[in-house]
Design a protein around this ligand. Structure first.
Ligand code: RB5
Length: 144
């Protein structure tokens, strides 16, 4: 099954986004849609979060957002009902973000996470499944 991933970053996450795009493009089961930014020129991360969150919801798919820390861009994305944006920073948080939180947007920091680690975390998130059951009950309470 093909996974369509919506990508976005501000200037602080631009290099990481580009690196992830390169790494993920090697996987024939992944298609990518890059919503910018397209240079290291300074932009406001909420604007990118808006575009990616709205596209993830409209296309019922998943996304990756990068800023300097992953924090600001996740805060904005999480203002959208139906978005579960998770800042992850190691293998365990990548796995839990899917298994327990069913995160549909992964957030990473270009100034905190080396690109090769980030690619590994994204692969972990993609390969695991949401566990449902009690976690579904909890996830459903996020959007009330
Ligand atoms: C931009 O300098 C920086 O504040 C932004 O990328 C992000 O880290 C905010 O959370």
């Amino acid at each position: 099954m093909t996974t369509h991933i919506i990508l976005g970053s501000d200037h602080g996450g631009y290099d990481l986004k580009e690196s992830l795009k390169e790494g993920l493009s090697q996987n024939s089961e992944i298609t990518l849609e890059d919503m910018g930014t397209f240079s290291t020129e300074s932009v406001d991360y909420p604007d990118i979060a808006d575009t990616v969150a709205q596209t993830v919801l409209a296309k019922n798919t998943v996304g990756i957002l990068c800023c300097g820390t992953g924090i600001g861009i996740s805060i904005r994305a999480n203002r959208y009902k139906g978005i579960r944006a998770a800042v992850i920073f190691n293998e365990f948080t990548a796995e839990m973000a899917k298994k327990h939180n069913n995160a549909n947007i992964l957030c990473l920091g270009g100034r905190t996470t080396p690109a090769e680690n980030a690619l590994e975390y994204v692969k972990i998130w993609l390969k695991h499944d949401f566990e449902g059951d009690r976690h579904l009950r909890r996830v459903e309470k996020l959007d009330v």
